[in-house]
Design a protein around this ligand. Structure first.
Ligand SMILES: [Zn+2]
Length: 115
């Protein structure tokens, strides 16, 4: 399960960031997750809930900001965003030459908590 290993690395980041920031208790962990990563936010929330005990994030909520897939088409020259988890052709002209520019993000944005 992909989401479990992601939740564990998020908790590692939270642990070291909380120490650096002097937070004894973390209330909110904000993540940015691009749709092209294939990560399912609900599964990630569940994995986080199951793994957070005994960490500074034991009482924390995971706030996930989803980023849609965006790209630039070489055929029609336009920028697009897609609500789909995969983009196989330009949604504007159907062309196959495009570059994905957003949607592969997977990052911890910040933590809120108390010292
Ligand atoms: Zn196009």
């Amino acid at each position: 399960m992909h989401e479990l290993s992601i939740a564990l690395s998020v908790l590692d980041i939270v642990r070291s960031t909380a120490v650096e920031a002097g937070l004894a208790r973390v209330d909110t962990v904000r993540l940015r997750v691009g749709r092209a990563t294939g990560v399912l936010p609900d599964a990630l929330r569940f994995a986080f809930e199951c793994s957070k005990a005994g960490t500074p994030a034991a009482g924390a909520t995971l706030a996930i900001e989803e980023v849609p897939i965006g790209g630039r088409c070489e055929d029609c020259g336009r920028e697009f965003t897609s609500p789909e988890p995969y983009v196989l052709a330009c949604p504007l002209c159907g062309g196959g030459s495009f570059r994905i520019t957003t949607g592969d993000e997977l990052a911890v944005l910040d933590l809120e908590g108390e010292p």
